[in-house]
Design a protein around this ligand. Structure first.
Ligand code: FES
Length: 185
């Protein structure tokens, strides 16, 4: 014959025991979902070859000082520009505190390679492609890039200096994989 204690602990009608069983079942189901979800989440992580495809290698060996090229990075225009010493001086001469989006040229380039300005070719106003990277294109009043859509003007560091664009041209992640090759992304 069951004691009162056993009747409470083991009785099939005991509501508390039912609760435990239900909580256990829910917890087990949760673990099950986790076990199923993990491989799915792992499948969603980009594989190494997808990551490699999303980065872009740019050969910069033929870009002379004062020249720039337009290429693409993840389907967006990318400007790679080799600044002249004069363009570097002009960028460095601007008081950073006077800028709408305060950044030095040094902060926007790699150490020891401040002549290489690498930015997206996408105006930060409404996304037009600014002029200035192509031979003979209008570089605007600050000698960098000029957006023909609404007149935003960027300087030789790709910083916004005039017009409606709120921020500087975006510098993507990149690294020099050799003296003549840059891997963007
Ligand atoms: S999109 Fe460039 S100024 Fe408007």
């Amino acid at each position: 014959m069951a004691t009162d204690h056993e009747a409470i602990a083991e009785g099939p009608q005991d509501p508390r025991r039912r609760d435990y069983l239900q909580i256990g079942a829910v917890a087990f189901a949760g673990v099950g979902v986790g076990v199923i979800a993990l491989p799915l989440i792992n499948q969603m992580n980009p594989s190494a070859d997808v990551l490699a495809a999303s980065s872009t290698e740019v050969d910069i060996s033929a870009i002379q000082p004062g020249q720039a090229i337009k290429t693409t990075f993840r389907k967006q225009p990318l400007f790679v520009r080799n600044l002249t010493p004069k363009e570097i001086e002009e960028a460095d001469a601007v008081p950073v505190s006077s800028l709408r989006d305060p950044q030095t040229l040094e902060q926007r380039t790699k150490a020891g390679k401040t002549n290489w300005l690498i930015t997206l070719g996408v105006c930060t106003h409404l996304g037009c492609v600014p002029l200035g990277a192509g031979e003979g294109e209008n570089k605007g009043p600050f000698g960098g890039y000029f957006c023909p859509c609404h007149g935003s003007a960027y300087d030789t560091a790709g910083r916004i200096r005039q017009g409606p664009a709120p921020t500087n041209l975006v510098v993507p992640d990149y690294e020099f994989t050799s003296d003549t090759v840059v891997t963007v992304g």
